[in-house]
Design a protein around this ligand. Sequence first.
Ligand SMILES: [Fe+2]
Length: 318
Amino acid sequence: MAAHVISELSQPSPLTSALPTVETLTSKDARLEIDPASYSALYNNTPFSFQHNLHKLDLFQFESICDLADRYTGASPNDYFVTGSSPKADAAFFDTEQIVLKPVEAIRKLDEKPTRILLKRPENYDVRFRDLMNGLIQQLRALPGGLGNQPIRRIQSSIFITSAAATTALHFDPEVAFFTQIEGDKDYHAYPPDQVTEEELETFYSRGRVSIGQLDMSKLNPDQDHFFPLKAGVGFHQPQNSPHWVQTRAVRSISYSLVYETALDKQIGLTRAFNYFERKVGLHPAAPTKNPQLDGLKARAIVPVRFGLKVAHKLRHG
Ligand SMILES: [Fe+2]
């Protein structure tokens, strides 16, 4: 593994006694230092922390991040968010001030007020991020258990640039995440996905949209709050559907997240969508994974049903 390399020749010659050089790390040098036992036991059911070296990569140096943000200037609004802080951790997720600035403008004004900038899918703007994403997935696949060789249906990365003292309200996301802190401090509170009820998950997946899930903080068990005081070089694994909320501290924060949904994760979501309609007619469906064969049948059956409902809705409402 490449690292910051300092020349340690015991007898420096006039030719080699120049100041030690620091090697620049690139995407191919990125490493996640994940404990295999934690990964095998906790993957996609309990958040756990790990170390990494992504903060040392060339593509995460601040000037490089600014160059990247500049490339989003003419991008689709779907590719980035610029928004204010949530008023509190248990606020409605979208109850924030929308800031009408391009990402690169918002970065320059980061000190003026609490601001959150999300650059989505940087791998579409700089090939180094695609190389990074592919390299990290290879590392995860090489670990025993967990992702293994499961097919991935949807994958993307994101960069979060956040001013000091900004809050992201409680929510969950329909994807597995490996979250890494690049710069500054971030207090991250994550709960295991079993804190979300089957009924809440069924309602969410019945909509068939990739979005965030809104939750009520008072229904979560505070003993299940896994607190990660993140700083550069520290990351954590966030299972799919894990409730979480986040706060930055006294300085600017930069984070990088890799998220994906496997074919099995996708099937479980579709099974939950089917279960939503079963429950609507008074049945009590079993939670997914109890009967994989039945899960598969439900997942296949719900696709045309949901398509039909969408068509009917469009016909009714235009
Ligand atoms: Fe999230």
